[in-house]
Design a protein around this ligand. Structure first.
Ligand code: KE4
Length: 434
């Protein structure tokens, strides 16, 4: 095992001062039963922990670092902005520039509001959809994650239509009652809900590629089906593109699949690793947002100059180098091939899903197209796989229900080392017994 002495030491103290020793639960490594690695610094495709271990990073801060860590142009832009003041609480030209870049790239975007996190973007987009339609109900999908606002921390109860229950302590039952859950890739489950109460549904929110139950691509026609049924019932279709935005293509999943929602939420990449997110959509919906309309939403640090500088630098680099998308898709395909080869060679009960630079290996011997399929995965086997990869210096998400993020900075040498590590891990899993 790689040395984790210092991480252990810091983690012990961290657990006394922060819940679980972390500022976001997945980082605590509870799903894999190991000490989380405390990070010292990162550069390009690499991340370095406090014990001096170097890892090839396939988390990339959960998506933002598509251009790699500490990218010169991004760091310089943040430093230049910070030198002029870290926050004004007043409008700046740079925010207009970033909004214009988003509007130019994102098919549904007539107008944009910048916020500070994906959670805030989703919470605000849902409120705007409710204000615009005058309706209360929203529909989400089991297994999709849209941040931690109360109304989105809901899971299906016994009855798909009625018994929705909070997915977290502290969420009032009343909030859960306004959120219905359907099954991803299951058109009938959506049709049933709309036939029952479609004229009361303000919004349907979906990850166009589910990446929070592991990567589960939309079945052919599923997104087009959602577009049609929401249009038929006057429901606002929201694509939650916090992960897929500016990742699957410069125009996100909407451009990638050719389906235009009414609204989209963005985050991660548009902030270049700084706390910045956004919601956007048709003018008649976005005009409902304060101060032009009755839907209130505000934020002290919204449009923060240093964060906007990071986002602008990132989007400018992506816009100027469109070949990055084909490159990261190819790298993703290479990793997928290595995984598939090792799974077959060592008879591992596992399957692989990939969309572009997003991929997941599920430890189940069936295809994974729905949340129910995801629940058949062997989490103990994932845990063993994770430990073997980490110990070989490959830094993947410490949870079966996340994605591998391939980025522009992953070199051929990185990919070769990763393929070697995959083969060794799968060989050992097989030798140790499955
Ligand atoms: P944030 O509030 O964490 O910025 O964004 C929430 C969010 C919204 N929508 C989607 C599709 C998301 O994936 C997320 C957050 N993603 C997780 C990773 N699966 C963030 C990692 C974490 O929670 O620490």
């Amino acid at each position: 095992m790689l040395k984790d002495t210092k991480s252990k030491e810091i983690f012990e103290h961290a657990c006394e001062v922060m819940p679980g020793g972390v500022n976001s639960p997945v980082r605590a490594y509870r799903a894999v039963g190991l000490t989380p690695r405390f990070i010292d610094h990162a550069r390009g495709s690499k991340i370095y922990d406090v014990d001096g271990n170097e890892y090839i990073d396939y988390i990339g801060s959960w998506g933002p670092m598509i251009l790699g860590h500490a990218r010169r142009e991004v760091v310089d832009a943040v430093c230049r902005a910070a030198e002029r003041g870290t926050s004004y609480g007043a409008p700046t030209l740079a925010e207009v520039e970033l909004a214009e870049m988003i509007i130019e790239a994102v098919p549904c975007a007539d107008m944009v509001r910048l916020v500070n996190s994906g959670t805030e973007a989703v919470m605000s987009a849902v409120r705007a959809a409710r204000g615009y339609t005058g309706r209360e109900l929203i529909v989400k999908f089991e297994g999709c994650y849209h941040g931690h606002s109360d109304g989105l921390l809901v899971k299906a109860g016994s009855g798909l239509l009625t018994e929705n229950v909070p997915d977290s302590a502290g969420v009032p039952a009343a909030f859960a009652a306004s959120t219905l859950t359907a099954n991803y890739n299951d058109e009938d489950s959506v049709r049933d809900i709309f036939e029952a109460c479609g004229n009361k549904i303000a919004a349907l929110i979906v990850e166009p590629v589910a990446a929070n139950m592991g990567v589960v691509p939309p079945k052919l026609g599923f997104l087009q089906f959602l577009r049609k049924i929401t249009r038929d019932y006057g429901t606002v279709l929201i694509f939650d593109e916090v992960i897929t935005g500016f990742r699957l293509s410069y125009g996100g999943a909407s451009q990638y699949y050719g389906v235009t929602p009414d609204m989209a939420t963005l985050g991660k990449i548009i902030g270049g690793g700084m706390p910045l997110a956004a919601y956007c959509g048709k003018k008649e919906i976005m005009s409902m947002v304060s101060p032009t309309g009755p839907v209130y939403q505000a934020g002290t640090l919204s449009g923060n100059p240093a964060a906007v500088a990071a986002g602008l630098a990132t989007l400018k680099l992506l816009k100027a180098n469109p070949s990055v998308y084909a490159a990261i898709d190819q790298k993703g395909a290479g990793l997928a091939d290595a995984l598939t080869t090792a799974i077959e060679k060592y008879h591992i009960p596992a399957t692989l899903n990939r969309v572009g630079s997003l991929l997941s290996v599920f430890f189940t011997d069936q295809t994974v197209e729905t949340y129910a399929d995801v629940t058949t995965t062997d989490l103990e086997l994932f845990k063993r796989y994770f430990a073997k990869m980490l110990d070989q210096g490959i830094y993947i998400a410490p949870s079966q229900f996340e994605a591998v993020f391939v980025g522009a900075e992953h070199s051929d040498a990185d990919l070769a080392a990763t393929k070697k590590a995959i083969n060794k891990a799968m060989m050992e899993l097989s030798a140790e017994g499955l």
